[in-house]
Design a protein around this ligand. Structure first.
Ligand SMILES: CC(C)(COP(=O)(O)OP(=O)(O)OC[C@H]1O[C@@H](n2cnc3c(N)ncnc32)[C@H](O)[C@@H]1O)[C@@H](O)C(=O)NCCC(=O)NCCS
Ligand SMILES: Nc1ncnc2c1ncn2[C@@H]1O[C@H](COP(=O)(O)OP(=O)(O)OP(=O)(O)O)[C@@H](O)[C@H]1O
Length: 198
């Protein structure tokens, strides 16, 4: 079974992904793939520099993530431009990693895809877990984790479908407002229910 893990920015997907990994279950991580496809010298980074200007590439040849982030989370057109360049490369590499895991005989594969719904990738997966948090907790955790101001954090939250809407589209929801232990228990229950854990 291919299981999608999604949510909203700072809702706790990576936290839940680590718990999944601790069971020895395999995960394909879209945020990690998004970094791999723009490594120095890649054709995708070249296209981004053409669209955004050479200043988004640092002296060591890597993408200046803070600079790109400060542009795309305040400008919908530029976000669409970035998405149209980077998403095809991310999709291709994610499917390659999934197929590789399947060829090793993995029966259950998780795909951590923050923009699963925004990018209409539901067909990539058979079941969907949404990691959800209340707006206040989300804002607080995002500001703390990234050192963002309230405005910066809100701009990022506003660039995604509200997590309450995503809940409606899920096969299972993990409410991550409480302790890590509460979250771990919810995850474990889902994995037993779906026979991923026996
Ligand atoms: C804009 C970039 C450079 C900012 O880098 P940064 O290191 O600050 O953030 P990071 O990559 O860790 O992403 C953090 C979170 O931001 C959100 N996010 C990232 N990109 C987008 C986007 N295009 N639209 C909406 N939300 C996004 C996601 O929730 C993601 O989990 C980077 O996020 C990026 O390359 N984005 C485009 C690729 C993408 O869409 N990735 C998200 C899922 S595939
Ligand atoms: N139950 C929890 N209790 C306290 N802190 C938490 C809890 N869950 C997550 N956090 C913290 O909240 C922040 C956001 O969590 P995490 O990085 O897992 O979110 P994410 O959904 O993967 O974010 P992104 O979309 O940006 O990749 C992190 O600093 C994490 O340590």
């Amino acid at each position: 079974m291919i299981i999608g893990l999604t949510g909203s920015i700072a809702s706790g997907k990576s936290t839940v992904a680590k718990m999944i990994e601790s069971y020895g279950l395999p995960i394909v991580d879209a945020d990690l793939v998004a970094r791999q496809v723009v490594e120095p010298g890649t054709p995708t980074l070249k296209k981004i520099a053409e669209a955004f200007g050479p200043e988004v590439v640092a002296h060591d040849g890597s993408m200046d993530r803070a600079k790109v982030g400060s542009i795309i989370f305040h400008d919908e057109e530029m976000r669409k431009t970035l998405n149209s360049i980077i998403h095809p490369a991310i999709r291709e590499e994610m499917l390659r990693q999934r197929d590789e895991l399947m060829s090793y005989g993995e029966k259950n594969i998780f795909m951590d895809i923050p923009l699963l719904f925004e990018s209409k990738l539901e067909h990539f997966v058979e079941k969907i877990i949404v990691v959800s948090v209340n707006k206040e907790v989300q804002l607080q955790r995002l500001m703390e984790r990234n050192g963002f101001t309230e405005d910066e954090a809100n701009a990022r939250i506003a660039s995604q479908i509200p997590v309450k809407e995503k809940e409606q589209l899920a096969d299972a929801v993990i409410h991550n407002n409480g302790t890590l232990e509460d979250t771990a228990i919810q995850l474990q229950n889902i994995l037993y229910e779906w026979n991923v854990l026996k």
